[in-house]
Design a protein around this ligand. Sequence first.
Ligand code: NAP
Length: 315
Amino acid sequence: MNTQHEHVIIIGSGPAGLTAAIYTARASLAPFVIEGEPSSTSDQPGGQLMLTTEVENFPGFPSGVMGPELMANFRAQAERFGARFLTEKVTRVDFSQRPFRVWVRDTEYTADTIIVSTGARSLMLGLPEESRLIGHGLSTCATCDGFFFRDHHIAVVGGGDSAIEEATFLTKFASKVTLIHRRDEFRASKIMQERAFSNPKIEVLWNHTVTAIHGDTAVTGIEVTNTVDGATSELPVTGVFIAIGHRPNTDLFHGTLDCDENGYLVTEPNSSRTNIEGVFACGDVQDHTYRQAITAAGSGCMAAIDAERWLESQH
Ligand code: NAP
């Protein structure tokens, strides 16, 4: 079995992991970033911003920037200072002793310190047909798939910022977007809500959930159920975008790193320290309050500084 030793292994490559990579690289620690798998919808390299459209709230971009372009810039900046990347998914970890151990299938890597930045993934409705129809009219990514729905009537499910962002973006392609929300008010920020209400292509279906998605090889319609009176009806949409929130990618760390009741990694207040000395966490995997690219990047910087100081204290 091959073993490669590193000062710093960073697991995950969204804004948090790549910021940690920039900082540890500039500290001459030559971080090794195991960035995830391109084919994966849950932990793709670049994280969730690879699945988003225009980012308008990342400081420094007064005209906005596309999510994938922003992440390509983060990555190039980390590479410039010596970060190295492995485009694979970590399959197992052992943090019970030092050096810490990380596996990508049969290949073992050891590290003096670990930065966990595995992010979070899209939640699904839990309908059995989702696995059959994902990629065939059912999507969690308007940026990736919106183009395929030119002049279609499509549905977006959810009532948060993501749902409204997706719905608004999809109006560039769709003839009509029905935004389906299970309550009678959105959780999304006011500015996003106003954007939806003022868009003539968006129609809101309040107090409804999607209870079935029809179609064998492509979406041909959905059944919606009224959450107040239980009445069901049909919507003849050919596309469904699910935007109902996210779950942290912590499966690798169960039983190893402490998680809260929602599965997010627990870090010490004002720190990126986990319950294991020498293992740090940053970004959405440990943050369910802010969940912004800029806060993830900030926490990635914290993790890099914490890791660097911890390494210094060890030698
Ligand atoms: P979110 O804020 O957690 O909203 C999830 C939405 O989906 C809620 O409206 C929720 O309904 C609904 N929902 C959850 N489970 C459902 C189910 N099983 N069936 C039907 N509906 C369901 O998630 P998010 O919209 O992904 O946003 C996450 C964070 O990222 C937020 O802090 C948000 O502000 C931020 N964000 C910001 C931007 C931006 O500023 N450009 C863009 C995207 C996201 P209830 O309301 O009834 O719970």
